[in-house]
Write a new protein. Structure first.
Length: 83
């Protein structure tokens, strides 16, 4: 089994809560994702699963939104223990 991790990504270009819901749904439907939460107010997506940050960036960018690529600030990956 692949190791589960939490990834947080900062997103730009969202103009409403509907945008956040669209992104959350697209990420949530990706293979390897067990949970996807996109917060319009903080402009961040938090994803749990065995998917890479690069794959999440691609999903977001394919929807015509942008990802803040400053790795130190925009993306954090943490291993999470299986529940």
């Amino acid at each position: 089994m692949l190791k589960q991790k939490n990834i947080t990504v900062e997103i730009t270009g969202m103009s409403c809560a509907s945008c956040a819901q669209k992104i959350e749904s697209a990420i949530g439907n990706a293979e390897g994702v067990s949970e996807s939460i996109v917060n319009f107010a903080t402009r961040k997506a938090t994803v749990t699963g065995s998917v890479s940050a690069e794959e999440i960036h691609k999903i977001i960018e394919d929807l015509s939104y942008s990802v803040v690529k400053d790795e130190a600030l925009a993306v954090s990956e943490e291993s999470s223990s299986p529940s």
